[in-house]
Ligand binder design. Structure first.
Ligand code: SIN
Length: 484
């Protein structure tokens, strides 16, 4: 089926307490490149979400009590299985999400790298002893797993966004319930199949698949047995979920929207800047929260950068992600294409100039041409909208102060990028940018060892890195008195 060698990776039911749970109704999972039905998936709702939380609650005691190296070994099994099945997992991912097979393979390795990373980190959850203020007391700090974690994850990285959260949660000793996006449940269910084969006990990792987003979301944000809620998605939805979590005072971490500036200074290596901008803008057809959203170019290098960038974009191949040589796949829905088309048309009516593309692509109803808009200005709607499509906007700037003011003039603060060879400027600009992550002469900055996360309305908490476990741990202070 669909050239998938191990067809048992293609599951269609929620995975709850180590079992595949069939619901009464089902929903369609479509291939965004062709519009074809891939498979019907069992449509879970509040009841299944509640069952999953109960399973996670029952499993928590024994999972959190396991010695860290035992949890680490099981996580490592999971990592190994994901890498063994990388090809099949990538194919499933491309089928349901659309990105090129090469990018999908990259995503599987990226997702798996978080599982490997946190398998190691689980052995390093250290506490502290603090010099006491009193001679007969000892002050000790220990860290303990927070409890049951619930997650809602997006369609743009159907594997890695689950892996990044679940790996940290399980490593810390938490149990986990995830509701993946309804467009891309198959990658999540394939991960569940491999978690089971890896020996991760029933109830530790649960996947609830269903179209009833608000019904499942209500359980995952309000159930009193859930201690922590984590979400990757839009800022608007994140704000609503934070409000829902307030009723039971859950710890929350949010990885929300972005409006990444990509700044090219006049002392930059222009060829490197072009490469970085292509990677950062057109990855996943522009559908990532850290994608470049606004390209700022200093006036004296505007012509040379624009010419080289346009030539590089012209080489990108659009098509079905399963075809050889595809660089840019479809957008996730036809609504997404409509949204991008509207933004481009509006920009042109506001004075932007179309240097390339600007139309729906002939490959199908979910495709949009790689597009470049020049003479964009900071006051245009597109400069303040998360584009989530293969559209570049080029904005000219005069000097450092000018560009930093524009770059920071947004409610978002996830990722920013800039290119410069001047060490003084590099330090000044890196400090001045109000973003959680800054790529300096780099367009691709995500990896398991680095703290991923934003400031301002791009969210809170960090995923990956040595900081990534903190969101899944409670600090407990022990005051031991009566010491002679
Ligand atoms: C995202 O779009 O939120 C994830 C991108 C990444 O992990 O690099």
């Amino acid at each position: 089926m669909h050239n998938i060698k191990d067809t048992t990776l293609m599951n269609t039911c929620s995975y709850i307490n180590g079992n595949w749970h069939k619901s009464d109704s089902s929903f369609k999972v479509l291939n965004p490149a062709t519009g074809e039905l891939i498979v019907q998936v069992s449509d879970a709702g509040a009841d299944e979400a509640t069952l999953a939380v109960q399973a996670a609650k029952s499993a928590f005691k024994s999972w959190s009590a396991k010695p860290a190296h035992e949890r680490a070994n099981l996580l490592r099994n999971w990592f190994n299985l994901m890498m063994t099945h990388q090809e099949d997992l990538a194919r499933i991912l491309t089928l349901e999400q659309g990105k090129s097979l090469a990018e999908a393979k990259g995503e599987i390795a990226y997702g798996a790298s978080f599982i490997e990373w946190f398998a190691e980190e689980s052995k390093r959850v250290y506490g502290d002893t603090i010099p006491s203020l009193s001679a007969n007391q000892k002050v000790i700090v220990i860290k303990q797993a927070i409890g049951v974690v619930a997650a809602i994850t997006p369609w743009n990285f159907p594997n890695a966004m689950i892996a990044r959260k679940a790996a940290a949660a399980l490593a810390a000793g938490c149990t986990f319930v995830v509701r993946p996006a309804a467009q891309t449940p198959l990658s999540a269910l394939a991960m569940a199949e491999l978690a089971q084969r890896a020996g991760i006990p029933a109830g530790v990792f649960n996947v609830v698949v269903g179209e009833k987003a608000s019904e499942i979301g209500q359980v995952l944000t309000t159930h009193p047995d859930i201690a922590k809620f984590t979400f990757t998605g839009s800022t608007a939805v994140g704000k609503m979920l934070i409000k829902q979590c307030a009723s039971t005072v859950k710890k929350v971490s949010m990885e929300l929207g972005g409006n990444a500036p990509f700044i090219v200074f006049n002392d930059a290596d222009i060829d490197e800047a072009v490469k970085g901008a292509i990677n950062s803008k057109y990855r996943n057809a522009g559908q990532t929260c850290v994608c470049t959203n606004r390209i700022f170019v200093q006036k004296d290098v505007l012509t040379v950068f624009t010419e080289k960038f346009t030539a590089a974009v012209a080489k990108l191949t659009v098509g079905n992600g399963l075809n050889d040589h595809t660089d840019i796949g479809p957008l996730i829905t036809s609504d997404a294409v409509d949204g991008v088309a509207k933004l481009v048309d509006e920009s042109i009516s506001q004075g932007a100039v179309l240097a390339m593309g600007g139309k729906r692509h002939q490959a199908g109803s979910h495709f949009y041409q790689p597009t470049i808009l020049t003479q964009v200005t900071h006051d245009m709607t597109i400069a303040h909208s998360e584009i989530f499509g293969p559209v570049s906007t080029i904005i000219a700037f005069e000097d450092e102060a000018d560009v930093i003011a524009m770059a920071n003039d947004t409610e978002y603060g996830l990722a920013a990028y800039f290119y410069s060879r001047d060490i003084g400027r590099v330090w000044r600009v890196a400090q001045a940018l109000e973003y959680g992550m800054v790529g300096i002469n780099e367009g691709l900055i995500s990896n398991a060892a680095a703290p991923f996360g934003g400031v301002k309305q791009s969210g809170n908490g960090r995923e990956g890195s040595k900081y990534g476990l903190d969101d899944y741990l409670e600090i407990k202070y022990l005051c031991m008195g009566g010491i002679e």
